[in-house]
Design a protein around this ligand. Sequence first.
Ligand SMILES: C[S@@+](CC[C@H](N)C(=O)[O-])C[C@H]1O[C@@H](n2cnc3c(N)ncnc32)[C@H](O)[C@@H]1O
Length: 228
Amino acid sequence: MPITYEEAVPWGRTFAEYQRMFALSEADLALNILGCGDGPASFNAEMTKHGHRVTSCDPLYQFTKAQIEDRIEATYQAVLAQTRQNQDKFIWDAIKSVDELGRVRMGAMKAFVADYETGKQEGRYITAELPTLPFTDKAFDLAVCSHFLFLYTDNFSLEFHQQSIEELCRVASEVRIFPILTYNAIRSPYVDSLMELLAAAGHQVTIEQVPYEFQRGGNQMMRVIAAK
Ligand SMILES: C[S@@+](CC[C@H](N)C(=O)[O-])C[C@H]1O[C@@H](n2cnc3c(N)ncnc32)[C@H](O)[C@@H]1O
């Protein structure tokens, strides 16, 4: 079901964060990448600026630029306040304070907004949502999914996660998911079951440490090499 306007709470990370969350090497950056659930992250805008190929998909892209800007304006302070209340769940190292976090996130979202209409015309921002994506089999070399799967374990079932990862494996040769923690900074109870289910379906699944940790304990990604 598409998200409603009132449910949209835009919050976006930067290219530098994506690079560390997914341990993206120079060779990885040369691949044809799908960013699933990219929302208002600046990953696509910055990748494009650097001459790399990326397509982002998210239900957020059903909205116009003005609508997304309005939702950023309407929800930004509340998200920051929530983070302030949960400060102990994060590591204030690369980002030193809640105020700095606000500036980083707003900077990313502004870069996204500035690129959004051009990117939509160029087919780089596609309205779509898991568990069904509008792409052909193996359309991408690599699919990355940041802060959607596992994070909302309380809202989405194990079956939804399995179908979603199977779908990402259909459209890409490799899938990386970060983090593997829930919103409460605990390892998602789905991780181990999914590793078994995906391996049984012929995919190669590993959990790997990455050079990024903001959510306390959140420094691991799931890598899935899709069955041929
Ligand atoms: C917390 S945000 C993360 C945004 C971005 N990936 C980042 O890390 O900055 C979660 C995103 O998941 C998107 N989303 C919600 N339901 C989805 C679905 N069924 N399939 C794909 N993305 C979805 C939301 O619209 C939102 O943009």
